[in-house]
Design a protein around this ligand. Structure first.
Ligand code: SF4
Length: 466
């Protein structure tokens, strides 16, 4: 447990987020004075900046005062920088993203690009003020530029354009690292029929409001959207296509788990105009797949991927995760070799994040941060060698080694949904249990959350329709 003491301000999240860089997987408590045991982070507001002091067993170990030298550094960022620098003095840990906390590092960079700041000035700020490593600063700048290019080229900016997300919160089994709203194996065909009935009600209610808006992308994610029976899967796709898709709409189904992909499912997707799918191995090491509860083998992935190509899918994404328990650099190199041989059109390289609600967290399986940086580098190098460039980037809490997730794509195969969603550029209408509608109007963002529990979602939708 890490103790925090705040004086003269109430920026709890910022203090905790900065401290989490050095104390991952720890719990935090906020009290009024410094105790005489354990680590304590004190953050104090001064007239012209913030002062942080770090104590261990009640003894002061480090002090740092940070005063912003230009107005664009917001008060919240000053709090973070003061805590970060004070802790950095004690733990000279490798912090690849430095004090750049937050899910979307490219958002800040796009603000600088909008002011026509030069690349070297942006890199200098990231490296010297935020203490980002040069390779991360460079990747973030490249990605921010790509996000701008894609959103302008495809008209993602502005109120007349939006994306649609439809969630199916069921999976064939539960991955050990998963913290999403999934029902695991406890669903039944009857339950899924009711769930799609509920989706139909929610979509019908909203679709009139969306007329006149250009839906640039529709993304069916999960969970595992390919879990329903063929008939129900067809009903789901028909619903999405009829209500949201025009001839140029990007229509993605996250087929995800190779064990849920059949030729019938692929044919149904073709019939309803799905033009992008994800087939995700996460790793091609069978022992790891078993350890993480994925209930499929590497060969299942190869078979599913090949069937998708044979069915005519010419835009296939695959996700991998670096830092899975027990894996080494050698494993990720093997996974990337196997994956690249299949010639996917895009690859998202995730860093394992163990969240509170996951089984790994319950059984205290944490990331082994050693080597995670070089695993990511190997994966990124393989993507670049395959002709892909980074086009979206985001970070999550509890990412191993405080690292990131990067989507790479061959030119022309960048996913519009991912860009619009992760860059906060575009309004996203979310349907289904746990889905979030994000209304974007310039810098103003409003989020509306659907209830997470699928059973309550079904009751709510069907109840409201009666
Ligand atoms: S496939 Fe995705 S949503 Fe389903 S259990 Fe695994 S991580 Fe969770």
């Amino acid at each position: 447990m890490i103790t925090c003491v705040l004086n003269g301000h109430s920026n709890i999240n910022e203090v905790q987020t900065a401290a989490q860089i050095f104390f991952p997987n720890e719990r935090f408590s906020f009290i009024g004075s410094v105790p005489d045991f354990g680590w304590t982070v004190v953050s104090e507001k001064k007239i012209d900046g913030y002062r942080s002091e770090i104590f261990y067993d009640g003894v002061s170990k480090s002090v740092f005062f940070y005063a912003p030298d230009h107005s664009e550094i917001t008060e919240k960022r000053v709090v973070i920088l003061a805590v970060f620098y004070a802790l950095k003095k004690i733990f000279n840990a490798d912090t690849p993203w430095g004090a750049l906390t937050g899910i979307r590092p490219t958002k800040l960079i796009r603000q600088w690009l909008a002011k026509n700041e030069a690349d070297e000035d942006i890199i200098s700020k990231l490296v010297n003020v935020y203490r980002c490593r040069f390779d991360k600063a460079d990747a973030a700048l490249q990605t921010a530029r790509k996000e701008n290019e894609i959103s302008v080229k495809n008209g993602l900016i502005g109120k007349s354009s939006a994306a649609v997300y439809i969630g199916v919160p069921y999976c064939p089994s539960r991955c050990e690292y998963c913290s999403f709203t999934v029902r695991g194996t406890v669903y039944s065909d009857k339950k899924i029929i009711s769930y799609i009935d509920a989706l139909q009600i929610e979509i019908n209610k909203m679709s009139k409001q969306l007329s006149g808006i250009n839906i640039s992308s529709v993304y069916i994610g999960g969970g595992t959207p390919t879990v329903p029976s063929d008939d129900e899967f067809e009903r789901l796709l028909s619903l999405a296509q009829k209500n949201f898709c025009a001839s140029k709409t990007e229509f993605t189904v996250e087929a995800g788990r190779p064990d849920s992909i059949s030729e019938n499912k692929l044919m149904i997707m073709k019939k309803y105009g799905v033009n992008r799918i994800s087939v995700n191995p996460q790793t091609l090491n069978d022992r790891t797949l078993e350890r993480i509860g994925r209930a499929h083998s590497a060969n299942d992935f190869y078979r599913a991927f090949e069937s998708a190509r044979n069915c005519g899918f010419d835009n296939i994404n695959s996700d991998v995760i670096a830092g899975l328990p027990g894996e080494t650099d050698e494993d990720i190199v093997k996974t990337m070799d196997g994956l690249i041989k299949m010639q996917p059109d895009s690859i998202t390289v995730h860093t394992l994040a163990i969240k509170r609600a996951s089984r790994f967290n319950e059984s205290c399986v944490y990331n082994d941060n050693a080597g995670i940086g070089s695993m990511l580098q190997s994966a990124h190098a393989a993507c670049r060698q395959a002709g892909m460039v980074p086009y979206y980037l985001y970070r999550q809490k509890n990412c191993a080694g405080n690292l990131e997730n990067i989507g790479f794509a061959k030119p022309g195969f960048e996913c519009l949904y991912n860009v619009g969603m992760m860059s906060d550029i575009q309004t996203v209408y979310g349907f289904g249990a746990g889905a979030v509608t994000k209304l974007v109007d310039g810098d103003f963002i409003e989020r509306k959350y659907n209830v997470k529990n699928p059973d309550i979602y079904i009751k709510k939708m069907i109840g409201e329709d009666d």
